[in-house]
Design a binder for this molecule. Structure first.
Ligand code: NDP
Length: 805
């Protein structure tokens, strides 16, 4: 160790630079290091049920915190419900001022909050001070802006220029993890309050203190009581919040496993749900990348926050030719990383949050080694006590090994090589997750091409782990759904105002399918030919060999429809998947042309379709329904090349391209009322946005698909983009909801169907969108077409592109 100044100057060794925790200790002592819940603007007394929160760097108990039970949750939810009318009666400007005041207080208390966060979580003060806290303030400022622009709430929704016609979802339950306690608090609370909701939030058991400090700030800024409630506790407290019947929305960030539990727990309720879950994000380095920059990117990608980051670049994919060179550089850089006290301003890696997480990481590394990986760790000084782990590089990792597939959530980089860009994309997508990705290449064409192909909600080009309130964040696939931040994040806390007063949808249960007939030609007098399923652009006999009779509204037989089963669904999904991949890449102009042809060909067959539709809904409705269907086809043809992404200007030398991408294969359960218009109102926006569809039409009017496939066949719609499978919607819907190759499921039938698809969706956590059993006026464009539909037919990928030298 260098002793003189001159020696130190030459060695550039760091001395300790500890941040003073005195202010935070004073604050903790002032509260006797004991905290209750913040409910209805007041602190609850701390009873016998409490837990300890510790400093993971030292093991010292920082405070004792009350553990909420179901009764506490109930009090908090009641307070939030009671506060709702008053909060919503404020003007947008008044709500904006509260959010603005939050931002100002966060800045005022920034050092105290940063130190408290580092003490409770173990993250380095450099990160909490320079990254977390500024982002927290930015989130409140940004959302103060949305509150202002939303304007005032009227019975028909907000009256501002933005989000007109939308209304707050209501009382929101929020559950956040321990890795970014304060940042996640801001990501959840700021948009929810800006959108006129009231909140009950549960921080993680390991890290409750900064949420408690934020509750104090709520009191300081005079936030009306009950608007924000903070309840503490572990998983059971979270579960009680999820299950409370008077919650309108749950917003969750955490593990995919708990995300699944929450999806199941809310399935039978109309609770809106957003899930920000785990990841195994690829960090792709091409041979033309600036390798030194890529190494610095990796430091931020996997050693930031001790690797306890949902979007950590935990899978290094490096082009074979430069792999050894890059590994050498990484190892050299790892030798300079400093692990130590989180309060030391000169350290890079702090403490792991808890012994449980520490053990989990070490166990996974041991598994990786047992499965053939080579483990390398630098020879660097390590603290003697506390939960500190060395930065770790695993090479020779097999793509299927545990450390390549499972989220380690620690300072561990698992590395693999690739040869071609196509192989890089294949490896990158070889995971059930889809949260983030980094692409390093000096060739912008290659980088953007790969960014477009990677299935991830965020892609950083030649950069990593950048966040901004204006740029939405969230996952594809099993990394969850919904976005946080940006305009899209606001929609998570809003619903179209008309849905609040909608009636229950009526579903006609068709007894006919209970008595299937052998699939014949249906050629009795006055009976149309038996229609077939429509799969892969071809008419297909049902696998069951059965059809079912379809009757008109007088009970007279009008035809026979195929009785679909699991195999028909499997075939339809198999056809839809590749067709959708191509269709998503088809130019928007071409997709529009196809939709116009569909309209044209519908018109050509007007007389016949109206005649058949009249059998089910009567002549008057059939005329209107048909004409509205044509109108709808024109509408979505128009939207094809207009529902576009946007470009954000985050406060760095970056542009962020918010691209609207197709979701993939969308399963649709169509409504019974307005059998033609209802079906097309769902199929057309999905197709317009580049998805492929497997749709189950209304059972009682299932013969209509015979007319539709003739229209599709003559409209240049590529085979497999729309597949129609008739049968029992509940049965076929279950198969679709459980199918791992379906990316989203939409149910527009009754409450039972909505619950069924939500339950079925948990396997691959596919996106679910339902009417919650509410009736939709398919003849009223405000309810049945437009942005609401287009938003659900797309997911936003934010691609961050740097500029400048
Ligand atoms: P969890 O998903 O268990 O925790 C996230 C939050 O959910 C916490 O507030 C937790 O409470 C709460 N919670 C736990 N169980 C339930 C439940 N049944 N119903 C409602 N809420 C619940 O993550 P862990 O903290 O256990 O971490 C485990 C792993 O998850 C990590 O190793 C990491 O791989 C991953 N993870 C991913 C995160 C991400 O952002 N993607 C964040 C955190 C973890 P409490 O913590 O108080 O028990």
């Amino acid at each position: 160790m260098a002793t003189s100044i001159v020696e130190k100057f030459h060695s550039m060794e760091y001395g300790p630079a500890p941040e003073d925790p005195g202010e935070v200790n004073k604050w903790l002592d002032a509260h006797q290091r004991t905290f209750g819940h913040y409910i209805n603007g007041a602190w609850t007394a701390v009873g016998s049920s409490k837990f300890e929160t510790r400093n993971p760097a030292t093991g010292e108990v920082l405070a004792r915190v009350a553990q909420a039970d179901a009764a506490d949750i109930d009090r908090a939810v009641k307070a939030a419900r009671a506060a709702l009318p008053g909060w919503q009666a404020l003007t947008g400007h008044q709500r904006a001022r509260y959010l603005y005041a939050f931002a100002r207080q966060v800045q005022k208390w920034s050092r105290r909050l940063a130190v408290l966060e580092s003490l409770d979580n173990g993250k380095s003060i450099r990160e909490s001070r320079d990254i977390d806290i500024p982002l927290v303030a930015r989130h409140f400022y940004y959302h103060a802006g949305w509150a202002q622009l939303l304007g005032d709430l009227t019975p028909t929704g907000f009256d501002g220029e933005e989000f007109r016609g939308y209304t707050p979802v209501g009382v929101v339950g929020q559950i956040i993890p321990w890795n970014f306690p304060l940042l996640m608090f801001a990501w959840k609370v700021a948009p929810a309050l800006a959108a006129g909701n009231t909140v009950v939030i549960k921080p993680a058991e390991f890290t409750p203190l900064t949420a408690i400090a934020m509750a104090e700030i709520a009191a300081e800024v005079g936030l009306p009581k009950g608007v924000l409630n903070v309840v503490n506790g572990a998983g059971e407290t979270g579960a009680a919040l999820v299950e409370h019947p008077d919650i309108d929305k749950i917003a969750f960030t955490g593990s995919t496993e708990v995300g699944r539990i929450i999806r199941k727990a809310t399935a039978k309720t109309p609770k809106k749900l957003s899930l920000e879950l785990g990841g195994k994000s690829p960090f792709i380095v091409f041979d033309d990348a600036d390798l030194d920059s890529a190494v610095e990117g990796l430091v931020d990608g996997i050693w930031f926050n001790q690797g306890q980051v949902c979007c950590a670049g935990s899978r290094l994919l490096v082009q074979e030719r430069v792999a050894e060179r890059l590994y050498d550089k990484i190892r050299a850089r790892m030798e300079t990383l400093r692990v130590g006290s989180p309060l030391d301003k000169a350290i890079d890696i702090g403490a792991i949050v808890d012994q449980v997480q520490y053990d989990r990481i070490t166990k996974l590394v041991a598994m990786g080694i047992a499965e053939g990986a080579t483990c390398w760790q630098p020879e660097i000084p390590m603290p003697k006590n506390g939960l500190f782990l060395k930065p770790t590089l695993l090479t020779d990792v097999h793509p299927s090994s545990t450390v390549a597939q499972q989220e380690i959530f620690g300072p561990v980089l698992a590395s693999m090589t690739f040869r071609t860009p196509a192989e890089a994309v294949e490896l990158a997508n070889n995971t059930p997750y889809g949260l983030a990705a980094c692409v390093w290449s000096e060739n912008i064409n290659v980088a953007l091409d790969v960014a477009a192909q990677v299935k991830a909600g965020v892609v950083w080009i030649n950069s990593t782990n950048l966040f901004d309130a204006a740029c939405g964040f969230g996952g594809y696939r099993e990394s969850g759904y919904g976005r946080e931040g940006g305009k899209e994040g606001m929609y998570e806390y809003l619903v179209p105002a008309w849905t609040k007063n909608a009636q229950k949808a009526e579903v006609v249960t068709q007894a006919a399918t209970d008595s299937p007939k052998a699939d014949g030609n249906g050629s009795g007098p006055g009976i149309d030919r038996t229609v077939k399923q429509y799969i892969g652009g071809k008419q297909a006999r049902p696998d069951s060999g059965y059809s079912f009779p379809v009757y008109n509204r007088e009970g007279k037989l009008v035809g026979e429809a195929p009785l679909g089963n699991r195999k028909d669904i499997r075939n339809a999904v198999e056809a839809a998947r590749p067709a959708g991949n191509k269709w998503a890449k088809t130019a928007a102009h071409t997709r529009a042309q196809v939709l116009y042809y569909i309209a044209e060909n519908l018109i050509q067959r007007r007389e016949e379709i109206v005649r058949k539709l009249s059998e089910f809904v009567g002549e008057a409705q059939a005329q209107v329904e048909f004409d509205s269907s044509v109108d709808r086809a024109f509408t979505y043809a128009a939207w094809c090349d207009k529902f576009e992404g946007s470009v954000h200007n985050p406060p760095f030398r970056m542009v962020t391209l918010a691209m609207k991408e197709a979701i993939g294969t969308v399963a649709i359960l169509a409504p019974d009322d307005a059998p033609l218009l209802g079906l097309l109102s769902l199929v057309l926006p999905a197709v317009a946005m580049g998805n492929s569809v497997v749709a189950v039409p209304s059972e009682r009017c299932a013969t209509l698909i015979g007319d539709l496939y003739q229209v599709f066949d003559t409209s240049d719609l590529p085979g497999g983009v729309v597949n129609l499978v008739a049968g029992r919607p509940m049965e076929l819907g279950k198969t679709l909801a459980e199918h791992d190759d379906v990316d989203a499921v939409w149910s527009f039938r009754d409450e039972a169907a909505a619950a069924m698809v939500k339950l079925g969706s948990t396997g691959n956590l596919k996106q679910v969108w339902t009417n919650e059993g509410r009736a939709i006026d398919w003849f009223h464009p405000k309810q049945s077409q437009g942005l609401w539909y287009l938003q659900h037919a797309t997911q936003i990928k934010n691609i961050w592109v740097p500029y400048g030298e």
